[in-house]
Design a protein around this ligand. Sequence first.
Ligand SMILES: [Zn+2]
Length: 149
Amino acid sequence: MSGDPIYTEMIIEYSRNPSNFGKIENPQIHRHDSNPLCGDSIDLYVNIDDSKITEVKFDGKGCAICMACTSVLTEMIQGKNLDDVKNFQKDELLAELGLEHLIKTSPVRIKCALLSLKALKYGIYSYFAEKMNDVEAAGNLKEEAASLY
Ligand SMILES: [Zn+2]
């Protein structure tokens, strides 16, 4: 991997020691998503209380970029209000790891980077639309998720 500017120390470190790695039993949101081109496959678990994300974990396997981005995403949304999380933009996530350039340079790698965000947006959509029966609150999260990459 040395020589490839994508793999910063931070990304390698996260891929070795991912944050919030594990499973939540009976979570309010559970979303599986995968990236067949790369082999990334993750499950995202989220618990919500009083419109706040109280607990978030993920498990599965993925490349260094996928593991790092998913780790950072779980750190960034922990304890946040759902409204803030709904508006969370991919640029914020990519910037945290210095990966903004991927949007232009690597259509394959961008999927690795944004897989967890896609899972999160679909997951929150399902939570509102199916569990709370509130399609309005779910908003356009589904479209957003579908258009992430
Ligand atoms: Zn990947």
